[in-house]
Design a binder for this molecule. Sequence first.
Ligand code: FES
Length: 147
Amino acid sequence: MERRKFLKTCCYTAIGLPLLAGTLHSCAAAIYYAPVTKKSNRLVVRKAAFWQLKKDKKTPRNFVLVKTTEMDFPICLYKTGPDTYVASLLRCTHRGCELNVGGGMYTCPCHGSEFSIKGIVLEGPAETNLKTFEIVSDNENIYILQS
Ligand code: FES
């Protein structure tokens, strides 16, 4: 490799790596596991979990993940309106892989199925919608009803 080409490649790498690290960091920061308590058949999540402090500024989260030690897969609690939420089990209905959350949808890393945030199949091979849970809420908490 020519010296000039080698230096150019090194320069692009030196610039690109910090940008990539910043992007990965912001992706990782977007996934937040909310503290959860279990009361009989309800998972209780505080509404305050949908707020985060960024540079002394309170910013909203679109969704939080919920998982207890008894659960094999997390539940994604997605905020769909001022006081409306959808809770979907992040288990792909095709062959059971754990779904990723991002871009306003769920995607399966195994075979590429896609689901809306309401758990509806958008793209196969999955044919069945995600398991969703009934939600109730009060002024402070959101209750995910497990059957
Ligand atoms: S397990 Fe998700 S698409 Fe196959």
